[in-house]
Design a protein. Structure first.
Length: 274
């Protein structure tokens, strides 16, 4: 449930020294001149906006940090990236900001592979195994203007993300998966200096590191007292889930080539995790 909250003064009293606060199952954070947010027990998000605050910026943090914390409170691991569906299974594309995750996911959609989520990937683990399920998000991507043009789209057809003039919210009108599906692998996308893309499998320890680094808003885990839960979750995933490194050239638009490489990878019958 999402609702607007009470008087601004009541919220301001709780933020004397920091923009984050956690108490008795309720996580609060403050975005100056925008809003106060409260996420309670994985069931309720409350927003107290500043008078005249930009709605696009309020929405940006609602769909980002709020959703990440809400998933953590529900015991669902949030990964930072995009997720696509290949032959009925989900492949998560993670990486640092600017690596090209959303662009690659858009290229998958352009090639006929459904998109499941962009930015926050909700991964639910089985209670009795390392099997994991990914739940769909909302049908929208965030794409840079350059990526939009390379995909044959027109940027002025879309709304810009707040304070990011050249980044746009692009609706996914087709090729969007609305059903939970099993997670079959994770691909870490890295922008590199090499002229050609390269792909390799990580071992289990390397995969654990990748999952830790790309847990969404992992800097908040200590405030939520969820470090142990997160480590146990990613350790279970890393024990049976293939994790790969995909290095792509920093120069030039290579997304469609990368789609072919990942699809070829998924066609392999066996992956050895050491």
């Amino acid at each position: 449930m999402i609702e607007l909250n009470p008087p601004l003064e009541d919220c301001q009293d709780q933020f004397k020294t920091a923009n984050y606060h956690f108490d008795n199952g309720r996580f609060l954070f403050h975005v100056p001149e925008t809003a106060f947010y409260s996420i309670t027990s994985g069931t309720q998000i409350t927003i107290t906006p500043y008078p005249g605050a930009d709605e696009a910026k309020i929405r940006l943090f609602l769909l980002g940090t709020c959703m990440g914390v809400l998933l953590m409170q529900r015991g669902i691991l949030p990964l930072h990236g995009s997720a696509v569906v290949i032959d009925g299974k989900v492949y998560a594309i993670v990486g640092e900001s600017g690596a090209g995750k959303s662009t690659l996911a858009a290229a998958f959609a352009h090639a006929g592979y459904p998109l499941m989520t962009d930015d926050v990937i909700a991964v639910s683990l089985s209670n009795d195994s390392a099997a994991a399920t990914v739940y769909p998000s909302y049908p929208q991507q965030k794409l840079w203007e350059e990526s939009i043009e390379q995909l044959g789209l027109i940027s002025h057809n879309y709304s810009s993300i707040y304070q990011r003039v050249n980044k746009y919210a692009v609706p996914i009108r087709s090729q969007f998966c609305r059903e939970p599906l099993p997670l079959a692998g994770v691909v870490e996308l890295i922008k590199a200096s090499e002229p050609e893309p390269s792909l390799k499998a990580y071992n289990r320890l390397e995969g654990l590191h990748v999952l830790n680094v790309h847990t969404y808003r992992n800097s908040l885990l200590h405030l939520l007292n969820l470090q142990q839960w997160q480590f146990q979750s990613i350790a279970r995933l890393a024990s049976g889930l293939p994790v790969y490194q995909l290095r792509r050239p920093a120069d030039g638009f290579s997304a469609f080539n990368l789609v072919d490489q990942i699809v070829s990878l998924t066609n392999k019958k066996e992956v050895v995790i050491s």
